[in-house]
Design a protein around this ligand. Structure first.
Ligand code: IVH
Length: 668
């Protein structure tokens, strides 16, 4: 019943493409990330075993070579124009009048309305259904060649589903969700780098990376909104274009259509109040387009922009206000973040009274002093930021970095080369609060009901001094707090109980070890069980894919410290079981799911070294051969195991074959 490799590879490629499309184009995945990773790992493994079936369009090839040096210029086949903008209903109505006046008598336009996603424009060229080039907008005439990076973006289809035009230059927006943006910034901060100011900058920075592997991790999205070249029977309306995109497997913009400008104006208000707040990404307005392409051609372009489209933007995204003070807030790792307290001002639907300044370098960059009037911007639904100082205060006060921790008055330090100042007191109550909030948060132990307010009360009352104390809480304790009436206390206790069976990777993330986020936690849980972690050496940690020397040191320091190691042991004693997560071969593990048996003597390495090598690539090893064994590696003087492999039809590799397999698996 087993399929031929060729067929299995083809069907796996197809399946992975389909799941990418469901995830990114349709936003409705039908399998878990783990199942997806398994498909990809199986595909990698088959491709490693059958190099003759290699294809540049395989989804495993998303991360290819690095960008050699800078980005080559690309001249766009047709200029990438921009849109006229307006914040004003009267302007939009005037635009509609102009459109109707320029159409033949008796013809009325249908308007297609799409969200104006706040990302960056990108042109994707497909030749015979294959992605051959990706370019940024640049100055509209010439952009930058970002093909290697765009290929690493799962949301960008590498191949099109037929029928497709022989040549297509598709244009769309590359962007990022708020959640993914925050995740990236969290990691940037942990690594001591400057966080990105907003998802747009983050998306742009991620697409223009030297290393496509970094782009791949950033989970960029793509949505098509127009095209530059369509070398075949073109669609005749914008709606048909969007439909054709979807049929080719491309993520196309969501849209509505209307027959009058009144209906568009109504929708503009409705979108703002009902749709926009629920969106996972930043939108700064709507784009209104004439649907019919014949009408579009008739309307034509001005020098800069089409007459057949206009951007209707949401106003009030910027406001100015004086800075009353700069306060310092202490994060989970002790990093001290300056926060500007401003006179409350209404901006983009909310009243803003404090704005994060991220770090002290930002204060310097802005040249900000207390008393200055600043311009505040709230793009989409993102956290507000200070754009610039608009007016210097008359009595200005310089902001100096804190000498003592604002929460515990403990000493403060600044690591060499790092932007952040930190509180060095490990039992600082502010750090404890943030640590506990992180511990209970959704991607960690997911204890609903243990948010900021509850943590605050538990810490102030001295009921919780570290995460393990959470598991000793009794109903009587909770009832003492204002926050917990009878039922609520029961609910929280049930949540705490349920969290005891959260898998090891979540526990590792919850512990908030420096440099260890969700991804690293997953990789660690693949490799170690709860018993293995405290015993692991720096070298052991470093043998985990993606764990470098700095992270390995940080892990080792954590588990061997009285505080870290002690906390871990107390959590286990409190009944936190930390099971290994089910499954799963990380997408980055090319030999996942494979079992190796070594027999005889190898010349280039010892048996242990050989075993380590395949384990590092995700495989298991075993001492005995069975029908489930994937490969037997037979060195000199191999005996009974080799014979058993031959009888069972298990693939046997000699040392040379083994080394080739390793090289292929690593290089894939
Ligand atoms: S249509 C001739 N549709 O806005 C312009 N653009 O100022 C054709 N954008 O560079 C573009 N959402 O990056 C179009 N639904 C949408 C859009 C959209 C965002 C961006 C695009 C363009 C800029 C125009």
């Amino acid at each position: 019943m087993s399929k031929k490799p060729q067929e299995e590879i083809a069907s796996l490629r197809e399946a992975v493409r389909e799941h990418d499309r469901r995830y990114y184009a349709l936003d409705s995945p039908t399998i878990s990330d783990a199942e997806y990773d398994r498909l990809l790992a199986r595909l990698r493994e088959l491709e490693a075993a059958h190099p003759e079936l290699d294809s540049p369009d395989s989804p495993t090839r998303r991360v290819g070579g690095a960008v050699a040096s800078g980005f080559a210029p690309v001249k766009h086949a047709a200029p990438m124009l921009s849109l006229d903008n307006s914040y004003d209903e009267a302007d939009i109505r005037a635009w509609d009048e102009r459109v109707r006046k320029n159409l033949p008598p008796g013809e009325t336009p249908v308007y297609v309305v799409e969200p104006k996603i706040d990302g960056l424009s990108c042109a994707l060229t497909y030749e015979d259904g294959r992605l051959t080039r990706a370019a940024t907008r640049g100055d509209g005439e010439t952009g930058e060649d970002v093909t290697a990076n765009a290929r690493a973006v799962r949301a960008v289809a590498l191949t099109l589903t037929a029928p497709f035009p022989p040549r297509l230059e598709l244009r769309g927006e590359i962007y990022m969700t708020f959640a993914d943006f925050e995740k990236v910034n969290e990691e940037e901060k942990l690594a001591g780098r400057e966080p990105f100011a907003n998802p747009r900058n983050c998306a742009a920075g991620s697409l223009r990376q030297k290393d496509p592997a970094v782009t791949a991790r950033r989970r960029l999205r793509f949505t098509a909104h127009s095209y530059g070249v369509w070398d075949a029977a073109e669609p005749s309306t914008h709606r048909e274009f969007l439909r054709r995109c979807a049929e080719m497997g491309l993520a196309a913009n969501s849209h509505e259509s209307f027959e009058s400008i009144d209906a568009v104006v109504d929708y503009f208000a409705r979108f703002k109040s009902r749709v926009m707040p629920a969106l996972a990404y930043a939108v700064d307005g709507l784009v209104i387009k004439v649907d019919d392409f014949a009408q579009q051609r008739r309307l034509g372009f001005t020098a800069r922009s089409p007459r057949w489209a206009v951007a209707y933007k949401y106003p009030g995204q910027q406001a100015s206000s004086p800075v009353l003070a700069v306060e310092f807030s202490v994060g989970r790792t002790g990093a001290i973040t300056p926060v500007a307290k401003v006179e409350p001002v209404f901006c983009a639907g909310v009243t803003i009274s404090s704005v994060t300044l991220h770090n002290f370098a930002e204060i310097e960059r802005l040249g900000l002093k207390v008393g200055d009037r600043v311009l505040i911007e709230r793009a989409g639904e993102v956290i507000p930021k200070i754009v610039k100082v608009v007016e210097k205060g008359r009595r200005r006060k310089t902001v100096s970095p804190p000498e003592r921790c604002p929460a515990c008055a403990g000493p403060v330090s600044r690591e060499e080369g790092m932007v952040a100042y930190r509180c060095d007191n490990p039992s600082c109550p502010a750090q404890l609060r943030r640590t506990l909030e992180h511990f209970a948060s959704r991607p960690a132990m997911d204890i609903v009901g243990l948010g900021e307010a509850a943590v605050d009360q538990l810490v102030s009352r001295g009921l919780v001094k570290d995460a393990a104390d959470i598991y000793a809480l009794k109903k009587e304790d909770l009832l003492e707090l204002e926050l917990f009436a009878d039922k609520k206390a029961d609910n929280l206790l049930a949540q705490i109980e349920a969290s005891k069976s959260k898998p090891l990777d979540r526990v590792l993330n919850a512990l908030g070890i420096r440099q260890v986020g969700e991804k690293t936690a997953e990789a660690l849980a693949e490799r170690f069980d709860a018993d293995g972690l405290p015993a692991a050496s720096v070298q052991d940690f470093q043998s985990v894919p993606d764990v470098g020397p700095v992270v390995a040191e940080s892990l080792h320091a954590f588990f061997s410290s009285a505080a870290g190691g002690g906390l871990f042991a107390r959590l286990r004693a409190a009944g936190v079981r930390m099971p290994r997560p089910e499954r799963r071969a990380a997408a980055g593990a090319p030999l996942a799911g494979k079992t190796f048996v070594f027999t005889g003597e190898l010349s280039a390495f010892t048996r242990e070294q050989a075993e380590e090598k395949v384990k590092a690539l995700g495989a298991k090893t075993s001492g005995s051969v069975s029908a489930k064994t994937s490969f037997v590696v037979a060195g000199a003087a191999a005996g009974s195991k080799l014979r058993k492999a031959q009888t069972l039809g298990v693939t046997v590799l000699d040392e040379k074959g083994f080394q080739e397999l390793l090289a292929r698996a690593r290089g894939s």
